[in-house]
Design a protein around this ligand. Structure first.
Ligand code: CMP
Length: 139
């Protein structure tokens, strides 16, 4: 089925001017960028977005990092977009990411890992609604 998923290009990647190279990976995989904006999160907004990780030891560091510099939030659309995006991103830890994936090529560490992608249809819907209104989504 055609799905939509929420993607974030993280501060380590925007800082190194990698937005275009990362977007090229998505487009080459057949994902269409149907919404996109560059924003700077507050630590509170990052904390709300990542609240499922609130009990993890890295939560504070994660929220601080995500608010440290601008991010690019985007909606990717395509056949099986959620799984396809996760395939293109590679494993969370770049040390485990397959060759050719975004994290293998660009991520600096498990924390500063260049991209985020929704993990399931329910979270994709929630995460898209967190950043975008219906008017901003143009398939
Ligand atoms: P992401 O897919 O955005 O979802 C949660 C994020 O937490 C994850 O990518 C990593 O950036 C971060 N994360 C996961 N594990 C660790 C860890 N062990 N140390 C620091 N950050 C982590």
């Amino acid at each position: 089925a055609v799905e939509r998923t929420l993607s974030i290009i993280k501060p380590d990647a925007t800082r190194r001017n990698l937005t275009g190279k990362i977007n090229a990976k998505f487009e080459e995989a057949g994902l269409r960028i149907v919404a996109q904006k560059r924003i700077q999160l507050t630590p509170a907004q990052a904390g709300e977005f990542y609240k499922v990780h609130a009990e993890r030891p890295f939560y504070g560091e994660l929220c601080e990092f995500m608010a440290s510099e601008p991010v690019v939030v985007q909606v990717l659309e395509g056949e099986g977009a959620i799984a396809k995006n996760r395939e293109v991103m590679g494993a969370t830890n770049p040390a485990d990411a397959a060759a050719g994936t975004i994290r293998a090529e660009f991520a600096e560490s498990v924390g500063e890992n260049s991209v985020h992608g929704s993990d399931a249809p329910e979270t994709a819907a929630e995460e898209i609604a967190y950043f975008f209104s219906g008017l901003e989504l143009v398939g």
